[in-house]
Design a protein around this ligand. Sequence first.
Ligand code: DMJ
Length: 677
Amino acid sequence: MYSAAAAATAAASPPRRDFISVTLSSEEVAVGAGGYNNSKAWRRRSCWRKWKQLSRLQRSVILFLFAFLAVCGVISYTSMGEPWKSLTSKLSDNQRSEPEIPGLKLANPAVLPAPQKADDNPGDYPELSPQKPPKPPHVRRGSSNLQIKPPRKNVRLNTRHDSSRVVEELVQADKEEKTEKSVISWRGAVIEPDQSTEPPSSKKKESEKPSSVEAEDQKEPVPINDRQMAVIEAFRHAWKGYKEFAWGHDELKPLSKSYSEWFGLGLTLIDALDTMWILGLKEEFEEARKWVANNLVFDKNVDVNLFESTIRILGGLLSTYHLSGDSVFLEKAKDIGNRLMPAFKTPSKIPYSDVNIGRGTAHPPRWTSDSTVAEVTSIQLEFRELSRLTGDQKFQKAVDEVMKHVHTLSGKNDGLVPMFINTNSGQFTHLGVYTLGARADSYYEYLLKQWIQGGKKENELLEDYMRAIEGVKQHLLQRSQPNKLTFVGELAHGHFSAKMDHLVCFLPGTLALGAHNGLTADHIKLAEALMETCYQMYAQVETGLSPEIVHFNLHAQKGHKDVEIKPADRHNLLRPETVESLFYMYRFTGDKKYQDWGWEILQNFNKYTRVPTGGYTSINNVQNPSNPEPRDKMESFFLGETLKYMFLLFSDDIDLINLDKYVFNTEAHPLPIWVPA
Ligand code: DMJ
């Protein structure tokens, strides 16, 4: 607005062509002075009249001015827009990051600039190289393929106090490794990133490639922590005994400083191969690899159990092949796989339990023509993977047929299966007894895991798994007294028994894995409850170690715990199931209590089962801390499973065997999950 004096001056002067004068009427001056006519119509009319009174030139100049101002406005908006947008989004990010807690208002809310992304303005800070933020545990990373990269240097650890030196060594080793990005193996041989997963056969189905080990993971390995160091130390102690007294034999007898043979195939050594790889034990792995290459011979007149040799030997060789990329393991896997095939030559195609791998003959146990249900339905992950790698479908065909057949069988109870199946008729036998323990356990585990391995497409497997878990809920779940622990009992001809094998403790982990893969969320709730129970099977016992079997109290009695142990059941075989489940539970929930429970268990293994001259031993009496009665045997699964799961449990690196890329067989040997290319 112009002042009244300016208006008067303008009115007095004659209009000049080269000046623009704007005349304001007295009415307008009056408005400026306080008189105010609020009629919209009047205002519109008056403006229009004035506009009409202007010369054409004046009108053009005014229009030009408006246009000019409009153009300036648009230009300055576009140049200011980005900073403005980022400012407003930073502000709103800041606002978002302050969680709203009802009833709580911060007196002085902090105003902080939003953290700048490393690549927001890389040129601004040339002296700073972009840094990865520290990885929070349990944050799922993207789907980049990875290779497990053990440290280039061997881990050296003589005592617990060595741990900081070892960490330094590992960090140094990692630095060295970064300079050799094209190499993915520390075994000496240079392996190109892709080479490790390429099956030797061109017959391999292109559409089913493993999600893992196809390309090198470029991410920084997470440093090993003190608890993991303690696992490495335990492994080394066990290995020392095996190497000194049982090298190349099946199992160490640590007290008598000798060994026992089951199949005569170096079972402990093969079972432990991928554990050494995962723990980063280079020297030990190298030595064991040489033994496999030079001494492992399957052309032997020996009877082996189909299930045990599949999960431990075939599974161990396949997983070590995947992790290391070394074809010697695949060659051996093919050899044993072929030698196990005669087991499937039965009238029903349900395999016999035993095979003579030298003669190529198979037979059931001497006293029956039955096979165990868990055994014939827990060899699938390994045989299917062998087909995928070799391109020879016969392995997969044989084991898939077993699953298809079992899927259609009658004699199940709401998805729960009996424990035996006849190799002639193909029918379940000993009907009416249902357990998730010995002889049935891994049937349930492999339903889920095959479904995951195959890319979640085989619906019958999922159906059978879901139905079985409903069956467990309906028939086998109970709560103990006094602490109301949820446990899985057994059903025999309609009678419930409150007996639970330690073997059942695989179930919390399997349920958690299912929930992680999108199955109903109440499975994780059940997993949490059962995990607590499995931990109590250790915590309520005098040595802090679980017996083989417990009986839960269903009725509160003064002075009685939830867990009762019968004299025949109080042995501990260094089994893995509870630490296995603790590992899954920690991976999926991030709850540190699971790590702490595992840590307690490791300490108790060290206290009651460690043999000073090397090795660990099974014990006969978990209730007697002053004499746990060592049994003089270290089972191969202690190195294959128990210590491996401990190491993984204590790790915060979800890429250390990423569970979206690998599925563990029932002997803790990770195999790749197949995904469509
Ligand atoms: C292992 O051989 C396997 O975990 C199997 O599924 C059950 N028994 C032992 C460990 O307890």
